[in-house]
Design a protein around this ligand. Sequence first.
Ligand code: FPP
Length: 243
Amino acid sequence: MRDEARDQRGSMPAHVAIIMDGNGRWAERRGMSRLNGHRKGAEVVREVVRACPELGLRHLTLFAFSTENWKRPAREVLGLMALFRRYIRAEADELASKGVRVRFIGERGRLHPSLQKLMAALETRTAGNDELVLTIALNYGGRDELARAARALARRVAAGEIEADAVTGDSLAAELDTCGLPDPDLVIRTSGEMRISNFLLWQAAYAEYAFIDALWPDFGAPEFERVLAEFAKRERRFGAVTA
Ligand code: FPP
């Protein structure tokens, strides 16, 4: 870790969420198939996850596949699903032994049962870990998550478990896939695009944003550290005024 980042560890974010964008462009610029870009992107995932303990980061959330990504060509979708399966199989031992707890957010019903099984097994295997909580968003959309939470609350009201007037922000948050996770302090998006694309709509209400020009396959631990050091200098007011 560079001195600059180490000196400011007190201001390090507790939770960083990343929109990993630019795999397709990275590959196309090299005359390669988009899937090759995703494969390189998976290597960067490994590098960034490995960097977290040294950076003092306890929560990392990665946007791997959105509810809108099904609109991509079938070949790319199938390739991505195969990549997720391969990543889980290849990384499970290291993640488990390094104290990483893995959890998945998103709607699982549309994922292939074999992938769902691998996800559930990795969650169970790593449930007791707490060095780093790695959350992977798979078939995730913020609006879909909020709609599912609203349905869950409506069912509880209909069943007479809670009063409609007792529904609060906290009770809604407790029905979200991210229940138990701190809200992200920082959301990073690579590839120069300045959009949030339906990612953590509720949770990122007070997050800082960092839009990075590098395409995801060109991102890595040094760039990650630089973004965190820049975050540490920001003043966050959460709607209040500075003392
Ligand atoms: C967006 O880039 C990226 C994705 C839709 C997939 C993200 C997946 C990975 C980084 C692979 C591995 C992930 C895990 C968790 C193992 P894009 O294809 O939209 O890029 P473009 O905007 O340049 O087309």
